[in-house]
Design a protein around this ligand. Structure first.
Ligand code: ZN
Length: 501
């Protein structure tokens, strides 16, 4: 077969796998947001498993793997940059997969499906000791996998690669080191200032009916230009985005009658994810390049809309009258300045997913330091709870009362996900770098004051969105901003923002 024929074959098979993925996406949408009855869950799981298996069969067919290998060996001879990316991505997936002995991989999948259930019980009982042996076995598999994958400098690098290709411990140490040095003291200052101010921000909890929140949310999505013709909005317990296929990118939210910001900001967040996928080029889907360059790049888009745009003073000078219009003047007696303090209030809390914009990266830093120490063999599972609490005390100044609100709070480790957490913090830092350069190209603040997102979205489409997975995340950042990833923009952004509130 010629290279052209190999490429054709890879594309044909990618489309077949996409079809299975489409069906899986619809199934997961149906159960999380489509109101599927719980009684159907057993069959649903069985059928979803079969679909995943069919897709896996296509990927591991000898002919397919051979075509990927042949095409990869002649990568330089392929003209189209998308075709090269398609081959690069498949080659990476297949190579990583083939490095883990099948028996160990199956054992690990079985272990993890068991531990997720046990973790739920341990969390409910806040019983850390009950989960220690499971941590131990999960971590010992992950350490073995890192050796199988291989790495240049640090075993943790081998796992980070799954979520943030090209990112390493060396870079992350620098990133979190700067955060630690700048944010920990800044947080102390802000807490002290808030204490003196003693501003009453209870108005955030004023009741706003679901109907009103829905209309407000629709106005927000129209403003940021999430395209409802190519997606839909539904309700789910935890908000998420499901890019079912090209031109069908769905998002969800949930409503809290006594906190309208829950739906408002989850829509801004998921809307950001959604706009990213809606702006990707059509031809990427058939080449398996839709989605996003990495977990961190995807998160950079959602965080940008949620925090950097929709929590900014400029945006609220446009949005505040609209908020009152949509809520029957529920906040008319609150000066805009006080309102801004309310939506940007900093509060040290135990739970990562409830953390504000400033303390969030510190929650991630704790997880990063622990994961790294485990991979180095410098930390024993039995000491996890103790170390967790010490770090909470050191960085956030608070100590969890129990392990349910401490080390047991996230499902990630129980699910065998190691190396994922850094992407959550990196997303914010990528976003700050993008926005810094966007502001060099045009007056972003002026557009936000008008509630006009057309230039913002166009800039993001040109520089980031259209490319999907074509470029590796670190390449994309450099291409979009003319500079390698530089965490100082994020530190600068946080310092400026919180010293002005
Ligand atoms: Zn997100």
């Amino acid at each position: 077969m010629t290279v052209v024929e190999h490429l054709e074959y890879i594309k044909e098979q990618t489309i077949r796998m996409n079809a299975y993925r489409f069906a899986q996406n619809i199934i997961s949408w149906d159960s999380a947001a489509g109101g599927a009855p719980k009684s159907g869950i057993d069959k649903k799981s069985q059928y979803a498993g079969i679909l995943a298996g069919e897709s896996f069969k296509i990927m591991t067919e000898e002919k397919f793997m051979n075509s990927v290998k042949e095409a990869f060996n002649s990568l330089d001879a392929i003209d189209s940059i998308e075709d090269r990316a398609m081959v690069r991505e498949w080659n990476r997936t297949i190579e990583r997969m083939s490095k883990i002995p099948e028996k160990e991989y199956t054992e690990f999948v079985e272990l993890v499906s068991k531990t997720e259930v046990i973790w739920e019980e341990a969390k409910q009982k806040s019983d850390f000791n009950m989960f220690v042996p499971y941590y131990e076995s999960i971590f010992s598999y992950l350490k073995k996998f890192a050796e199988y994958y291989g790495y240049k400098e640090h075993p943790y690098d081998a796992l980070i690669e799954d979520f943030e290709p090209g990112m390493t411990v060396k870079e992350l140490d620098k990133f979190f080191g700067e955060l630690r040095a700048e944010i920990v003291p800044l947080l102390k200052d802000i807490k002290a200032k808030q204490l003196i101010d003693n501003e009453n921000i209870d108005f955030i909890n004023r009741e706003v009916s679901k109907e009103k929140q829905k209309n407000l949310g629709e106005f927000l999505l129209n403003t940021i230009r999430y395209d409802k013709e190519k997606g839909m909005v539904a309700e789910s317990e935890h908000p998420f985005t499901n890019g079912v296929s090209f031109n069908d990118v769905r998002i969800t939210t949930n409503y809290d009658l006594n906190n309208f910001t829950a739906s408002f900001y989850s829509l801004a967040h998921e809307g950001g994810h959604g706009i990213y996928e809606q702006n990707q080029s059509e031809e990427l889907e058939d080449k398996g390049l839709r989605d996003g360059a990495s977990a961190g790049i995807h998160e950079s888009q959602s965080r940008m809309y949620e925090n950097m745009f929709c929590r900014s003073n400029e945006f609220w000078s446009f949005m505040y009258p609209k908020l009152n219009e949509y809520t029957n003047d529920a906040f008319l007696d609150i000066p805009l300045n006080t309102f801004l303090k309310g939506i940007n209030h900093v509060d040290t809390s135990f739970i990562r997913v409830e953390a504000d914009e400033l303390t969030y990266p510190l929650h991630i830093m704790i997880r990063y330091e622990i994961e790294k120490a485990i991979m180095e063999g410098a930390l024993d599972s039995k000491d996890l709870s103790k170390v967790w609490n010490e770090k909470m005390k050191e960085y956030l100044g608070i100590e969890p009362k129990n392990d349910a609100e401490g080390v047991l709070q996230d499902v990630h480790w129980a699910a065998g996900l190691f190396g994922y957490f850094p992407s959550y913090a990196l997303g914010n830092a990528f976003a700050a770098q993008f926005v810094y350069y966007m502001k060099k190209d045009f007056d972003v603040s002026a557009d936000l004051e008008k509630g006009d997102f057309s230039r913002i979205n166009q800039w993001l489409k040109n520089k980031i969105h259209q490319f999907g997975k074509v470029y590796l995340p670190m390449e994309l950042i450099e291409k979009a901003t003319g500079e390698k990833f530089n965490p100082s923009y994020y530190i600068k952004y946080l310092k400026e923002k919180y010293s002005s509130i």
